[in-house]
Write a protein that binds this ligand. Structure first.
Ligand code: PBG
Ligand code: ZN
Length: 317
């Protein structure tokens, strides 16, 4: 048996392909910054920029024309507050949903780090210890306001223990039983979030996020975290960063029976943007390669800054 025999033509390669992907499986992040009047580029993220409300609405309309069917909104408020509250998240959700109409599903990232003075995803008590109860209350209230403003789905990225149950209960209590939760269920403390933190103004002002994000060495914790989210009512699970969590996608799906996606995070994506700028890779082909690999590893969906390029690259709707 010569293994090269079936690789020699595109027809044979297509016959042997076991993964396929369509634009409907991709989610496009979008940064909606309060008070911004002109787009601000984000280092490393190519055509992804920090956008004011009006530019964000235009971008969403253009992306829908280009085939995007899911957005993940990152609301970035203008000022910081001690309690992390921000009316901007609901306003951003409302504007983007109005622009998308029924043409796309609008997920909204739920976290406190772009609105707290500390840049952390949690609130702290007077002794500098995470105030879990206060954080969960703040997250739940924000989730209800986002759903009330028309957000189609809530995506908690904070990693506070127990947040999925609290958010689910709060949503149900406010009559939002139909709003799904896509939890960042296995999210590692990673060096690959740099471009994002610049875009979202969410870099921690002291320490790091290791108290609440998962240690890359902790496989059991990584699976337990997703299992916890599933038990607490997460509709969709996620690993993040995608490339460095490939080995966990299938085990999580098996352990939970839930669909599990991968987040191709800002640092991963920036790698391709910067390589392409230096003429060292073909951007489109490299993107497509990684999406297929996520699918081969068992990912049901992919969050990627390149979702708007999917149809142009040749993926079906
Ligand atoms: C914050 C958040 C982060 C990302 C999504 N939500 C970064 C962090 O934990 O600091 C990362 C996304 C990316 O890098 O593309 N809750
Ligand atoms: Zn956060």
């Amino acid at each position: 048996m010569n293994l090269m025999r079936l690789r020699q033509s595109s027809h044979l390669r297509d016959l042997c392909a076991e993964t396929s992907f369509s634009a409907a499986h991709l989610i496009q992040p979008i940064f909606v910054v309060e008070g911004l009047t002109a787009p601000e580029p984000i280092a490393g993220l190519g055509d992804n920029a920090r956008l004011g409300l009006r530019d964000a609405v235009e971008t969403v309309k253009r992306d829908i024309e280009a085939g995007v069917r899911h957005f993940l909104v990152f609301p970035v408020p203008a000022g910081k507050r001690a309690d992390g509250s921000s009316p901007h998240a609901a306003r951003a959700a409302e504007a983007i949903k109005r622009a998308a109409g029924t043409a796309a599903h609008v997920w909204v990232d739920l976290c406190l780090c772009s609105s707290t003075e500390t840049g952390h995803c949690a609130l702290f008590d007077g002794r500098g210890v995470i105030d879990l109860e206060g954080t969960l209350a703040a997250l739940s209230a924000m989730a209800v306001s986002i759903a009330g403003a028309g957000g189609d789905g809530i995506s908690p990225s904070d990693m506070m223990d127990g947040r999925t149950a609290r958010i689910r209960a709060a949503l149900d209590g406010a009559g939002h039983e139909r709003v799904p939760i896509m939890s960042y269920s296995t999210k590692f403390a990673s060096q690959m979030y740099g471009p994002f933190r610049e875009a979202a103004g969410s870099a921690p002002q002291f320490g790091d996020r290791r108290q609440y994000q998962i240690d890359v060495r902790a496989r059991t914790d990584a699976i337990a975290s997703s299992r916890r989210c599933a038990e607490e009512g997460a509709d969709l699970l996620m690993v993040k960063p995608g490339i460095t969590s490939l080995d966990l996608i299938a085990p999580i799906r098996e352990a939970t029976g839930r669909l599990t996606g991968a987040y191709q995070v800002s640092g991963e994506y920036a790698g391709f943007v910067l390589l392409a700028e230096r003429g060292l890779t073909s951007f489109d082909a490299a993107l497509l390669e990684t999406w297929h690999v996520f699918r081969r590893a068992g990912a049901s969906y992919v969050i990627t800054y390149g979702a708007r390029h999917a149809r142009r690259i040749g993926l079906p709707a």
